[in-house]
Design a protein around this ligand. Structure first.
Ligand SMILES: [Zn+2]
Length: 303
């Protein structure tokens, strides 16, 4: 993804970024409004408030407003480490949420992974505004997504270089997944492994998003009364069609591990047994679900 530089004028350095900075961390924020990254940075450049941040990320691009060797005022900790040593990343569209917010979160996770990689940092360097001043920020990630799930997503992109995993190790591989809910007309919060299930009993699942902490996941869904949709990989795309209930799911990975997944049937209100990954050559075997029966929740993990 391209970074568009739209830096504050040097005449405003005294207000916006008075100190030279050697960054030691990333500080994640959400804008709590529905402005694009471009508008967010343009507003920051234009006004004479101290409030400032290095990057704004939306569903399409990353815009930079403050140079990385200067501090910004965003963490609410005065001259603490957030403001004086943090690279501030604002994620857009958090007020209303929805698909463009989801995409912005995904882009931000990918971008933060790049920042970490460039500096040889681990995900322990990813912090949130709340850590510095207690503010409920990034608010929608905290409420709808879960901070640990966001860090897992960053971790997933950070480790992407290592893919595919040809030699299995004993290190645990986590599955991060979420479903599109037909009643809410929205993506539900992300779930990791068996800490929860994805879905709401009684609501049809129409689409699935999944990614691994290491390695690739491939998956596809069957539309109720229809056909199998093409296989998708990781979070490059979701499997499903909004507002079309699914009745079967198939998943596989290249990790050398066994993926296990189960679905919950809306009408009979029960979980089917876990099934394991399918073999592409025999691609209509090993699916989870009963054709004709809507799925309202899923569970996935890697053994
Ligand atoms: Zn914030």
């Amino acid at each position: 993804m391209n970074i568009i530089k739209n830096l504050v004028d040097k005449s405003k350095y005294g207000i916006k970024c008075p100190f030279v900075m050697t960054a030691t961390r990333i500080v994640v924020h959400e804008t709590a409004n529905d402005a694009s990254a471009e508008n967010e940075i343009a507003y920051m450049r234009r006004n004479d408030k101290e409030s400032s941040f290095h990057f704004a990320v939306d569903d399409k691009q990353i815009v930079q407003g403050i140079p990385l060797d200067r501090n910004a005022w965003h963490a609410g900790d005065g001259n603490g480490k957030g403001n004086r040593e943090g690279i501030a990343v604002e994620i857009c569209y958090s007020k209303s949420g929805g698909e463009r917010w989801q995409k912005s979160v995904d882009n931000a996770a990918r971008f933060i992974a790049e920042l970490l990689k460039e500096r040889n940092w681990g995900v322990d360097k990813v912090t949130k505004h709340q850590d510095y001043s207690g503010k409920n920020c990034p608010h929608r990630i905290l409420s709808d997504y879960g901070w640990n799930n966001f860090v897992n997503l960053v971790s997933n992109y950070l480790n992407e270089e290592d893919k595919p995993v040809s030699v299995p190790t004993n290190k645990k591989i986590s599955v991060i997944y979420q479903v599109w809910d037909d009643v809410r007309n929205a993506w539900l919060p992300v779930v990791t492994d068996l800490t929860d299930y994805a879905g709401i009993y009684g609501h049809d699942v129409c689409a699935v998003f999944a990614a691994l902490s290491r390695g690739n996941i491939f998956y596809k869904v069957h539309i109720k009364g229809g056909r199998w949709l093409p296989e998708v990989k990781n979070r490059e795309d979701y499997a499903g069609l909004y507002n079309k209930p699914i009745d079967a799911l198939m998943m596989r990975t290249d990790t050398g591990r066994t993926i296990k997944y189960a679905v919950h049937l809306r009408r009979s209100g029960r979980w089917l047994p876990f099934v394991t990954g399918y073999n592409e050559k025999d691609s209509n075997n090993g699916f989870a679900g009963i054709l004709g029966q809507e799925i309202d929740a899923i569970k996935i993990y890697i053994e």
